[in-house]
Design a protein around this ligand. Structure first.
Ligand code: NAP
Ligand code: 8YV
Length: 316
């Protein structure tokens, strides 16, 4: 690359990656501008800027108006923040960061499974408050022989299963298409999966197709001893149904890393002792975020050097 190609940074996503992009490219930070400055930048870059970088969960819609744009390299695997209709119409290819975050997100899913079934957060509070001196802590739920139902058995869901095998769990899943190489049962609907699960793990992507898929019927099918874990997207769980199910004892508890309207968490959940709440930290290790950032950069470098993308993604 003799001259630095120009690159639009649509959103603020990961400071270290943005600093590396600043060093490699002639960067233009759309997210730092407001008012007419934003449109002015897009007009100035039109015809000479072919690439943009963005978060995957949100992207400034103005980038689709840059008619010379050909590639949008996104930080994150869940691309529910990308408008694929507009990108497709404008001839923009989109990339994301699959695989490199599977281990970190799967670790958090296991942490939530253990935290909810063994009541880890309350047990810690119990010791700190001196409750142990008054008597023993209530028993938890054992994992061996229990059924883990994976809603969305893809890269992350499979990484959770690999971790959960030594814990003695049994498995089932629901995807739109059954996988030929998976030996455990695939149920036809989220409700049937929930009916056959002690723990229901949601790893579905966001978007219109999965919106509210975990509803009151699914939660009721999970049953009064059932636990819901969500490390996919908050939008696929109907949060008011979840609050209702927890309040009415239709399920026993929940462990959540993601919410429908982050960083807002439904106020009722904040008051419930049988819910473990994390602030969307599935991929939040230093190593994983660096690997995600490197893939954003590698996609751009590869495109400028050879016209090829490493991890192109479509919207479905
Ligand atoms: P993936 O490999 O594409 O897996 C998603 C799975 O969901 C696929 O097996 C797919 O199978 C299934 N699926 C998709 N749409 C469905 C539908 N409408 N009904 C039933 N099944 C459906 O994706 P991944 O890399 O595992 O990531 C999954 C999601 O995790 C991301 O999209 C993101 O939202 C979330 N995530 C969260 C964090 C976090 O920090 N908590 C971090 C990374 C990712 P079929 O195509 O056969 O249906
Ligand atoms: C986010 C995620 O990218 O990749 C995804 O889909 O949800 C996460 O890895 C992360 O939360 C960035 O803030």
């Amino acid at each position: 690359m003799p001259d630095k190609p120009s690159l639009v940074i649509a959103n603020n996503f990961h400071a270290d990656t943005i600093a590396k992009l600043d060093a490699r490219y002639e960067t233009h930070h759309l997210w730092r501008l407001s008012g007419s400055g934003r449109r002015k930048l897009i007009a100035e870059l039109d015809g000479r800027c072919e690439a943009a970088a963005s978060a995957s969960w949100v992207c400034d819609e103005l980038v689709y108006e840059l008619s010379s744009l050909r590639v949008l390299s996104c930080f994150g695997v869940g691309v529910d923040g990308i408008n694929f209709e507009r990108a497709g119409e404008a001839g923009i290819a989109v990339t994301n960061t699959p695989d490199v975050l599977d281990d970190a997100v799967a670790d958090i899913a296991i942490a939530l499974i253990l935290a909810t079934t063994r009541d880890i957060v309350n047990a810690d509070r119990f010791v700190r408050a001196g409750g142990w001196r008054e008597g023993p802590f209530p028993f938890g739920m054992g994992l061996a022989g229990r059924a883990l139902g994976v809603l969305g058995l893809g890269r992350i869901g499979s990484a959770v299963v690999r971790r959960a095998e030594p814990l003695g769990l049994r498995f089932a899943y629901h995807n739109r298409r059954a996988k030929a190489d998976v030996a455990f049962p695939c149920y036809d609907s989220p409700r049937e999966l929930a009916q056959h699960s002690d723990i229901l793990l949601n790893v579905l992507p966001g978007g219109a197709e999965t919106h509210g898929i975990v509803d009151l019927e699914v939660l009721a099918a999970l049953g009064p001893e059932g636990i819901l874990i969500n490390v996919g997207r908050g939008s696929s769980v109907n949060e008011s149904a979840l609050v209702q199910a927890l309040r009415r004892g239709l399920i026993a508890g929940a462990g959540l890393d993601v919410y429908a309207n982050e960083p807002q968490v439904p106020a009722e959940l904040l008051t419930m002792d049988n819910v473990v709440l994390l602030p969307h930290i599935g991929s939040a290790t230093r190593e994983t975020r660096a690997a995600m950032g490197q893939l954003v950069i590698d996609n751009l470098d590869s495109w400028f050097q050879s016209g090829k993308l490493l991890t192109e993604v479509s919207g479905n």
